[in-house]
Design a binder for this molecule. Structure first.
Ligand code: ATP
Length: 233
């Protein structure tokens, strides 16, 4: 579904990704791990076109997207849950969802407000409340729900549960599990290795702008040496 081939992406200061290749297959959950500053966010930003790669290719459902603007990439069916959530604080929960609702890929069974409420029931309870008045965890649920309202076939999640209370993290992982069961492909960054190994099929570990390990997530879980070496835990 998604293939990155040898991409190099940088900022004014210089390159941050040095030839990253990775793949997300249909209905697969893929985890992207690595210590701070290793290039995970830059990889996500490259995919969605916020930082277009200087070289290499990104192919999504057979289309080269590395030079497309973000809104066109989103319309092809990639939803982003950005780091820091970035919901609309003055709009209500309902309005946040309605503001982006679309079905450009013509899914025959699209996500609707009712469907996202069934995954995150707290949002239904809070539907009239402004986005800015929600707790951090509720805002993250809203950010995920909002990304679903564009009916993506691939969801990119940058820091799924960072800084959130354990109970709400469980609700978010549960919601992502439901989306996985329904066949959504997900590329997810998080620091909770345990939760990631449970939900993901495969893992890529990044170090200094390169992929240094990839494999089945359960293998990564077993290897203490690997997590010590690349994740420092
Ligand atoms: P974190 O978990 O801290 O977000 P990360 O693995 O997602 O880390 P990136 O944010 O992709 O890493 O950063 C990769 C490299 O790019 C780092 O060296 C970082 O300093 C640099 N970088 C990130 N954003 C910018 C920016 N806006 N301008 C310049 N350099 C940046």
């Amino acid at each position: 579904m998604l293939r990155l081939e040898n991409i190099e992406t940088g900022y004014d200061a210089g390159l941050a990704l040095f030839g990253v290749s990775l793949e997300v297959r249909e209905a697969e959950v893929v985890a992207l791990l690595g210590r701070n500053g290793m290039g995970k966010t830059t990889t996500i930003r490259s995919i969605i076109g916020l930082n277009s790669p200087r070289s290499g290719k990104i192919i999504f459902n057979g289309v080269e997207i590395q030079n497309l603007p973000s809104y066109k990439i989103a319309r092809l069916g990639i939803g982003l849950v950005p780091e820091g959530r970035q919901i609309f604080p003055t709009l209500s929960v309902r309005e946040n969802l309605l503001a982006v609702a679309a079905n450009h890929s013509k899914h025959h069974d699209p996500y609707t407000m009712e469907r996202v409420f069934s995954i995150f029931p707290r949002l239904e309870e809070r539907q009239k409340q402004s986005g800015g008045s929600l707790s951090g965890g509720e805002q993250q649920m809203l950010a995920i729900a909002r990304a679903l309202m564009i009916n993506p076939s691939l969801l990119l999640l940058d820091e799924a549960t960072e800084g959130l209370a354990p109970l709400i993290c469980q609700e978010i992982w549960h919601g992502l599990g439901v989306l996985k069961e329904r066949g959504l492909s997900i590329l997810v960054i998080d620091k909770d290795i345990q939760a990631l190994t449970t939900i993901s099929d495969r893992t890529y570990i990044m170090e200094k702008g390169k992929v240094v390990w990839s494999g089945e997530s359960h293998e990564q879980n077993l290897s203490t040496e690997l997590t010590m070496r690349y994740l420092g835990v």
